[in-house]
Design a binder for this molecule. Structure first.
Ligand code: F6R
Length: 608
């Protein structure tokens, strides 16, 4: 999704903007641009394609400047092009704007401006902001931006600079992320912390509907009623290196390898030596739990797939009915919610707009709000009653890997804690599951040691355009996640299915050479899976099964088997997904794709 960055201070703005934009690349983009105030006036430079096009394009230019804004665009209104790239300006280029989000009523504003004689250069919704600010600008930038924002509907984070106000910048947040970085004689804005880490660790997290006025020495935050707001400084404690590739070819493979550590961190931070689960940010008491008769787990994409496992775990361990739903559906379907409902949002970024909107809807109807979030201080976290941080560390690869496995650990811990607190499981029973989870970092390492075998297998299949994932029970959710991973980074038209559903229609698609990845990790469904594997083999499929060590019966019906270490059936997803992530990665690599930044996708989906 679009990334924004801004600088005002005693130093040169251009290097800061370019560095910031490079750290926002992971969000996904198709063009990049900057606007800086120089002695020769406002200079706006923007180019379709990668950031290096922008760097090349300005390399011989004199762009001495101490105030500027920069943007990576992920096209929504209008194709990716130089003209549609941000920043956008008013007619005489005295006002420049960058924007992340969507202005929903931009057509209406555009018509109004066209009637006033404004000629639009781009197809974007953003351009209306520059003209609107211009219309209201009478020497006071803050006032002009406030008036423009009053007319805008939708979700946005914007930053504005003006030629005639060369010592100030104004930024506004409504439903799209925005942070401020504080320096000595310089201040910054950005969509995300990594953009600023080279320069500062002191950050102000901007809340919804707040406006920020920045000069080089001062930052003032205003709420939606124009009142000044005090905000504590948020100290970023993680390292810049965490956002680097660290010798790996891609962030995706680095993050796949970080899973043993992520799982360990997520787990051990919550356990004492007697395996008591201490969910620090979660205050659910026994009385609270007694009052809950229904749980919704709501999320998007991979996080939703983690929610499906969460549903299984809470129902199985804590015995409470759970519905898992896709946020973009949940928010519009008027679900039954009351004060006895627990709503759990799952989100790596904590900024996914549909998830946030679902959370607000559930809150409005009286639910208690819990969230499982990776990014500390993100919107979902801030708007929740209880937060479980996953401690996966920053995830840069667009395809979510370590966030998913740590979300699974979170879901298990929440389920086990609910089970023990409500008396559905004894401490000994819970402790047994915990002891098994504690072996997972080592078991994950063992799976990763097998990566050469998976690479060879991926190299032999990378041209196969028919790849199907199937499973039963918990394995169905892993099949969905595995298929999504493959689709998004390899662009292969794969699908996933509950194996028992095959003969109700989909088996018609199986033919000679179709690759079936059959997840067969669930003991009570093992024989049924063997039958399903035979069914597809009989129709010419090439079957690679994923099974637990010791379940050798699967070898007789499969072409190849990938083994995962033995564990309890309830916990297999954390292990079985890893070979599937590696498979997706190596297929993508073999096809020459941009693994970390797959086409059309963005890391943080802050629009509908
Ligand atoms: C897929 C992927 C997406 C995200 C989804 C939700 O690999 O990363 O499907 O899971 O966009 O994002 P978050 O978790 O940030 O809410």
């Amino acid at each position: 999704m679009c990334g924004i960055v801004g600088y005002i201070g005693n130093n040169e703005s251009v290097p800061v903007l370019l560095e910031g934009l490079s750290k926002l690349e992971y969000r996904g983009y198709d063009s990049a641009g900057i606007a800086v105030m120089t002695n020769e006036g406002m200079k706006v430079r923007k180019f379709k394609g990668r950031l290096k096009n922008l760097e090349e394009g300005i390399k011989h230019e004199n762009m001495v400047s101490s105030i500027g804004i920069g943007h990576t665009r992920w096209a929504t209104h209008g194709e990716p092009s130089d003209v549609n790239a941000h920043p956008h300006t008013n007619i005489n280029a005295s006002i420049a704007v960058i924007h992340n989000g969507i202005i929903e009523n931009y057509m209406e504003i555009k018509e109004y401006l066209i009637e006033k004689g404004i000629e639009f250069k781009s197809e974007t919704d953003t351009e209306v902001i520059a003209h609107l600010v211009d219309e209201y600008y009478e020497g006071n930038l803050l006032e002009a931006v406030n008036k423009a924002v009053d007319r805008m509907e939708g979700a946005y984070a914007i930053a504005v600079i003006a030629k005639d106000s060369p010592d100030e910048m104004v930024a506004v947040r409504k439903d799209s992320p925005l942070i401020v970085g504080l320096g000595e004689g310089e201040n910054f804005i950005a969509s995300d912390i990594p953009a600023l880490l080279k320069y500062t660790r002191d950050v102000l997290l901007i809340e919804n509907e707040e406006t920020v006025h920045l000069t080089k020495d001062k930052v003032v935050i205003y709420d939606d009623l124009g009142r000044e707001v005090n905000r504590d400084i948020f100290k970023v404690t993680w390292d810049v290196e965490a956002a680097e590739k660290d010798g790996y070819e891609h962030f995706t493979i680095k993050e796949i390898h970080e899973q043993p550590k992520g799982v360990k961190e997520t787990l051990l931070r919550r356990l004492d030596k007697d395996n008591n689960i201490n969910l620090d940010g979660i205050k659910l008491t026994k009385e609270d739990l007694d009052g809950i008769n229904k749980v919704y787990i709501v999320a998007c994409g991979t996080a939703y797939h983690a929610g499906l496992i969460g549903k299984y775990a809470i129902e199985k361990f804590a015995n409470i009915p759970v519905e898992a739903d896709i946020a973009s559906e949940f928010r519009y379907r008027d679900p039954f919610i009351d004060e006895h409902t627990l709503f759990i949002a799952v989100s790596q970024s904590g900024e996914t707009l549909d998830t946030l909107a679902s959370l607000r809807e559930a809150k409005r109807k009286g639910a208690r709000i819990m969230s499982v979030v990776n990014v500390v201080g993100s919107s979902v976290a801030r708007e929740s009653d209880d937060v479980f941080y996953t401690w996966a560390g920053i995830e840069i690869g667009v395809a979510s890997t370590k966030a998913y496995t740590t979300q699974l650990v979170a879901m298990y811990l929440i389920a086990l804690r609910m089970a023990e607190e409500s008396g559905k499981m004894t401490h000994e029973e819970v402790s047994k599951v915990i002891e098994e989870l504690k072996t997972f970092p080592e078991k994950l390492e063992k799976i990763l040691e097998n990566k050469d075998f998976i690479q060879k297998f991926a190299d032999s299949q990378f041209n196969n355009e028919r790849i199907v994932f199937m499973g039963r029970g918990l394995d169905v959710s892993v099949a969905h996640e595995s298929s999504l991973k493959l689709k998004e980074i390899s662009y292969i038209n794969s699908f996933s299915i509950a194996a028992g559903e095959l003969k109700h229609g989909t088996i018609a698609l199986i033919e000679e050479g179709t690759l079936i990845l059959a997840l067969a990790t669930q003991q009570k469904l093992f024989d049924k899976m063997l039958s399903n594997i035979k069914e597809v083999k009989a129709r010419g499929a090439h079957v690679v099964s994923i099974a637990k060590e010791g379940d050798t019966a699967v070898e007789k019906v499969s072409d190849e088997v990938i083994y995962i270490p033995e564990t309890m059936d309830e916990l297999t997803p954390i292990l079985s997904v890893v070979p599937m992530q590696l498979f997706a990665y190596y297929v993508s690599l073999a096809r020459g794709n941009d693994v970390d930044k797959p086409r059309n996708l963005a890391k943080s989906v802050t629009v509908e």
